[in-house]
Write a protein that binds this ligand. Structure first.
Ligand SMILES: [Zn+2]
Ligand SMILES: [Zn+2]
Ligand SMILES: [Zn+2]
Length: 116
């Protein structure tokens, strides 16, 4: 017989939840995860729209014309170094795929170091 804990508290909605409602060691429940995912998706849509508009208006060069700020190769994505929010939608730096994924990995490590 396994001695699983009966419930955990979700760090987002602060409700007692079954262990099954958590994904592995996640601190937030499945419902909150889904909600965060949808919020993130809506946010991404808004940010993308704002960036596309800026590109069309010539406020932001198309990514194809930019070089990666770290290694100087052809950039593939705009990265948001400050905050991924509508306000900072245009505070971006061009990065190539490898540098971009490296940036995100570093950011994650930094964040987990802070929360640890
Ligand atoms: Zn929750
Ligand atoms: Zn690069
Ligand atoms: Zn990024």
């Amino acid at each position: 017989m396994s001695t699983r804990s009966i419930s955990r508290i979700c760090s987002q909605c602060n409700k007692y939840r079954d262990d099954e409602d958590f994904w592995g060691k996640s601190k937030i429940c499945r419902d909150c995860r889904r909600e965060n995912f949808n919020t993130q998706k809506r946010l991404r849509g808004k940010i993308t729209a704002k960036m596309e508009l800026a590109i069309r208006r010539g406020m932001l060069p198309p990514i194809g014309e930019r070089m990666c700020e770290i290694c100087g190769r052809q950039a593939s994505h705009y990265h948001h170094p400050y905050r991924y929010s509508v306000t900072h939608a245009l505070d971006v730096i061009p990065l190539c795929i490898p540098c971009h994924s490296k940036e995100h990995k570093q950011k994650k490590e930094k964040e987990s170091a802070v929360s640890a």
